[in-house]
Design a protein around this ligand. Sequence first.
Ligand SMILES: Nc1ncnc2c1ncn2[C@@H]1O[C@H](COP(=O)(O)OP(=O)(O)OP(=O)(O)O)[C@@H](O)[C@H]1O
Ligand SMILES: [Mg+2]
Length: 312
Amino acid sequence: MANTSHIAKEGEIWAVGGGKGGTGKSFFTSSTGTQLAKKGRRVVLVDMDIGGANLHSFFGIGRPQKSLTSFFEAGSKLSDLTVGTELPNLSLITGDIHSIASDNIKFGQKLRLFRQIMKLNVQNVVIDLGAGSHANTLDTFLIADKMIVVIVPEVIAIENMYHFVKNTLFRKLKSTLKDYGFKEIVQHIWDRRQSYGIKNLKDLIEYLKASFSYIGTILDSELANFKIHIVVNMVRSNQDILLGASIKSVLNKFLGISILYSGYIEYNDVVWKAVRERKPFMLNYTATGCAKQVETIVDNIMHGREVSVPGG
Ligand SMILES: Nc1ncnc2c1ncn2[C@@H]1O[C@H](COP(=O)(O)OP(=O)(O)OP(=O)(O)O)[C@@H](O)[C@H]1O
Ligand SMILES: [Mg+2]
C-alpha cells in the first residue's frame, strides 16, 4: 500500500471510479475536466484505466502520440507526457495503450507515479479509473482529495460500487493503522468478525475505537476526510434520481462514512454520438440537459454541496 499522505500536492486531485464498467466514468472525467478548464482552471486529466484506456476518444484524439507506456517502460517524466486539447489550459495524459496489465505495475513504479501526479503543476488533476476493485485502482482512488463514484441505476452497478467503496475504506483503514502496528490486528479481527459481533466496516471501526482508545483519535482524524461524492449517470426517471439519496443512506449505515450526493446526469443519445463525431461534449453540446447537469455537479463537488432532488 502506497502511503503518500506526507507529499504536498500541487493541485487538487479528483478521481473518478465506481467498480462497474460502462457507467460513464470516462465521459464524466472528460466532461468534468473540460468544465473545470472552462472555469479558467489549469487542468490535467490522467487516464489510469490500465488496459482499457480510452479517455482520449472523448476528445476526438485517435491514437495518442504519447502515453503512460513511456512512463512505465522508458522512465519518462509524467509532466513530459501531456497531450493538448482544444482548450489551452486542459491537457491529457493518455492511458497505457500497450495494455500492460495492472498486476505488472511494481510498487516502486506506483509510488513514482503518485508522486509525479501530485507534483503536476496544475490546479486540478482529474483521474479516470478503470472498472474493478484492483489494489492499484483503490490506491489511486485514495490519493484523491475528492473521491467520486459514477453509477447507473442498475442493481449490478450499485453492488459493484458498494464493494468498491467498501474495499477502498478497508484499504484506507489498514494503511492508516499500519504505521501503528495494527494492520494485522485489523485483518485478524475482520477475518473473525462473526465472533466479535461485527457485521460491517462501520461496526469494525467502532469496535477498534472502543477497544483501543488512542486508535480512535487517529481514525477520527484520518476518516474525517474520507468522503465519497456520488454521481448517478444515465437517469431516465425521477425514481432514478432519488436512487442517489438512498445509496447515500445505505453507504452511511453500513460503512459509517460521509457521502455527498453531488448530482445526476440524464441519459441522452447525444453523449455517445458526440464521441462518434469526435466532438468533446462540453464544448459542443452546452445547451443540453446533460451539460447543465455536469456543470451543477462540478460546482457541487468544488464546494462540497449536494444536489437538490425532486421531492427531497
Ligand atoms: N448520460 C449518458 N447518456 C448516454 N450515453 C452515455 C451517458 N454517459 C455515458 N454514455 C455512453 O456510455 C458508454 C460508456 O461510457 P464510458 O466509456 O464513459 O464508461 P466507463 O465507465 O468509463 O466505462 P469503462 O469502465 O469501460 O471504462 C459510452 O458509449 C458513452 O458515450
Ligand atoms: Mg472508462
